[in-house]
Design a protein around this ligand. Structure first.
Ligand SMILES: Cc1cc2nc3c(=O)[nH]c(=O)nc-3n(C[C@H](O)[C@H](O)[C@H](O)COP(=O)(O)OP(=O)(O)OC[C@H]3O[C@@H](n4cnc5c(N)ncnc54)[C@H](O)[C@@H]3O)c2cc1C
Ligand code: SF4
Ligand code: SF4
Ligand code: SF4
Length: 388
C-alpha cells in the first residue's frame, strides 16, 4: 500500500477506468497491513462486504459471501489502496497539484499550499435566531447551519450525519430536517464507518445527498465520484461533501476507558454533554457536577486508531467545504470553501441568515497550515514536505 503522500507524488497516475482487483487484494493490501481507516466506503457500495461491531473494533471489513465476482469496486474506491491526489484534485477542482503547478504556469498556485485547493476562507458561527444550537454544537455550529441551509433551500434532500447513542457510540443518520441535524451535532471521537450512511440514504430514495465526515471518508467518496467504471453505483446522487479537520481518531476502547474514569467520580457517559480535544488534553464536559474532566492525550495514546498512522490529510483537502475548530476563536468554526458549490452554500447561508462570518486571522490560518504540514510529515513517516 502506498501512503497518501507517496501516491500524491505520482502525478501522472490516472484513476483506473475499470479494475479487476477483488476483495482478497483489499484484504491483503489494506486490512492485513493494518491501514484500514474504517471509512466504510467498501461496504457502502458492495453488499458482499459487511462491517459489524466486531469487525469495527478489529478494523476488518469482512467478505460475507461465498464467491467474489471481482468487479474491483471495493479496491478502486478504498482510500488506502491508491490515492492519486493530483488527479483527484484535477477532476474535482480543475487545477493541478503543487509539483505540476511549478511546471505549468497556467495552473493555480493555490494547490501548492498545505491546506489544499480552496477558494475562500471564513470564521463562521451559526446565528442564534436560526435555531437553538446553544450547547449542542461543537464549535461555531458551521456544519449544522450550512447543512440546514442546504436542506431548506433544496440544494440537498438529505444529509448523512454521525450522531451518537446515549453512551456516545457513533451511529449514522440520514437527516432531512434541522431537528435531525441538531440531534447529530457535536464531535464523536470514536472511529465509525460513516460512509455506510450514504447507502442508507440511497435505500431511503434520497436523490441529492450531502455527507459530513472525516478526511479519509471524503477521500473514499471522492474516489467513488471520480472513478470511471461501468457500474451504476448512484454516484450522481452524492451532491455535497463537508469534511472535518482531523488529527486523529480513536477506537471504541476510548469510551470504555473514559467510562471507567468517570465511574470513579460517580459519573457516567450518559451525562456527558461534549468531548473536545484542546492542546494536549481530552476535555469531557457535563455530568452531575457540570464540570470539565480532563485526560492527558498521552494517557489515551493506546486507543489511537491504527489506520490513522499513515494519514496525511488534516483539513479534508478533497471536500467541497472543510470545517475545523483550529484557526478561529472559541465559539467559531474555521471554514474553507473549496469548490464553487461549497462557496455558494457558505454565501447562501450567510445571505439567508443561517450563519454569520468574519475573516480568519492570518495567525489562525498559519496554525492550521502548521498542523497540516505536521500531519503530512507524520503520516508519511517524515518524508513529506509542505508542498505535498
Ligand atoms: C474524530 C475527529 C477529530 C477532529 N479533529 C480536529 C482537529 O484536530 N482540529 C480541528 O480543528 N478540528 C477537528 N475536528 C473537527 C471539530 O471537532 C468539529 O467537528 C468542527 O470544528 C465542526 O464544528 P461545528 O460546530 O461546525 O460542528 P457541528 O455543527 O457540531 O456538527 C458536527 C458534525 O460532525 C459530524 N461528526 C461528528 N463526529 C463525527 C465522526 N466521528 N465522524 C464523522 N462525522 C462526525 C456530525 O455528523 C455533525 O454533523 C475533529 C472532528 C472529529 C470527528
Ligand atoms: S464484488 Fe466487487 S466490490 Fe464486492 S467484494 Fe468483490 S470486488 Fe469488491
Ligand atoms: S479503508 Fe475504508 S474502503 Fe478501505 S478497507 Fe477500510 S473501510 Fe474499506
Ligand atoms: S486521522 Fe485520517 S484516517 Fe484517522 S480518522 Fe482522521 S482522517 Fe481518518
Amino acid at each position: 500500500m502506498r501512503t497518501e503522500a507517496e501516491a500524491g507524488e505520482f502525478v501522472n497516475v490516472r484513476l483506473p477506468i475499470f479494475l479487476e482487483q477483488g476483495f482478497s487484494c483489499l484484504e491483503r493490501e489494506v486490512v492485513a497491513e493494518r491501514v484500514c481507516c474504517l471509512c466504510g466506503t467498501c461496504a457502502a457500495f458492495c453488499e458482499k462486504i459487511k462491517i459489524n461491531e466486531e469487525s469495527r473494533n478489529e478494523l476488518k471489513p469482512e467478505f460475507v459471501e461465498e464467491y467474489d465476482t471481482v468487479c474491483g469496486l471495493c479496491y478502486a474506491f478504498c482510500p488506502r489502496t491508491f490515492l492519486p491526489f493530483s488527479e483527484l484534485e484535477r477532476r474535482i477542482f480543475g487545477v493541478a497539484r503543487a509539483s505540476e503547478a511549478r511546471e505549468a504556469s497556467e495552473a493555480r498556485e493555490a494547490s501548492a499550499e498545505p491546506l489544499g485547493v480552496y477558494r475562500s476562507c471564513y470564521a463562521v458561527r451559526s446565528k442564534k435566531e436560526k435555531g437553538d444550537l446553544e450547547g449542542r454544537v461543537q464549535d461555531g455550529g458551521a456544519v449544522t447551519s450550512l447543512l440546514a441551509y442546504a436542506l431548506e433551500e433544496g440544494v440537498l434532500d438529505s444529509a448523512v450525519v454521525t450522531a451518537a447513542d446515549e453512551q456516545w457510540r457513533p451511529q449514522t443518520r440520514v437527516a432531512r430536517s434541522y431537528e435531525d441535524l441538531k440531534a447529530a451535532a457535536g464531535t464523536k471521537y470514536t472511529i465509525y464507518p460513516s460512509v455506510l450512511g450514504v447507502k442508507e440514504a440511497f435505500e431511503e430514495g434520497c436523490e441529492s445527498v450531502g455527507f459530513v465526515g472525516l478526511p479519509c471518508q471524503i477521500q473514499g467518496l471522492r474516489k467513488v465520484q471520480t472513478s470511471e467504471q461501468p457500474y451504476e453505483v448512484g454516484k450522481e446522487k452524492i451532491k455535497l461533501l463537508v469534511g472535518l479537520f482531523c488529527m486523529e481518531n480513536f477506537s471504541a476502547g476510548l469510551l470504555e476507558f473514559v467510562s471507567a474514569r468517570l465511574e470513579k467520580e460517580g459519573l457516567d457517559l450518559a451525562g456527558v454533554k461534549k468531548f473536545d480535544i484542546k492542546g494536549k488534553e481530552l476535555l469531557i464536559s457535563g455530568g452531575a457536577s457540570g464540570g470539565v474532566h480532563k485526560i492527558a492525550l498521552d494517557e489515551i495514546k493506546e486507543y489511537e486508531s491504527e489506520g490513522c498512522s499513515v494519514c496525511t490529510d488534516y483539513t479534508a483537502e478533497l471536500a467541497d467545504i472543510s470545517v475545523g475548530s483550529v484557526g478561529s476563536e472559541e465559539g467559531w468554526s474555521t471554514v474553507l470553501a473549496r469548490t464553487e458549490l461549497g462557496e455558494e452554500v457558505v454565501k447562501g447561508a450567510l445571505e439567508k441568515g443561517f450563519v454569520e462570518v468574519k475573516e480568519v486571522e492570518e495567525k489562525g490560518l498559519g496554525l492550521v497550515r502548521r498542523l497540516a504540514v505536521r500531519k503530512k510529515r507524520s503520516g508519511s513517516g517524515g518524508k513529506a514536505g509542505a508542498g505535498i
